[in-house]
Design a protein around this ligand. Structure first.
Ligand SMILES: [Zn+2]
Length: 74
């Protein structure tokens, strides 16, 4: 079943980078402009839900709340 997920995800990402970045942020609300350059896009604001993470629909970068990951080691 994981294989199936991976295949559909790969299909979705074909127009994007093969390996999306994961970016740690400190706020539930983040802005993304693709980092400029070839991958740049108009700046958008993204709100995290209860998952404490959100994926930019433009560039597929994944933003993860920093405190959500830090709590593991506490
Ligand atoms: Zn983006």
């Amino acid at each position: 079943m994981l294989e199936k997920q991976r295949q559909s995800r790969k299909k979705m990402n074909q127009a994007h980078a093969d390996n999306p970045d994961i970016i740690e942020v400190e706020d539930h609300k983040v802005s993304c402009d693709g980092g400029g350059g070839a991958l740049g896009h108009p700046r958008v604001w993204l709100e995290m839900g209860e998952d404490h993470k959100v994926t930019c629909p433009y560039c597929d970068r994944e933003f993860v709340l920093k405190s959500a990951t830090a709590q593991k080691s506490a």
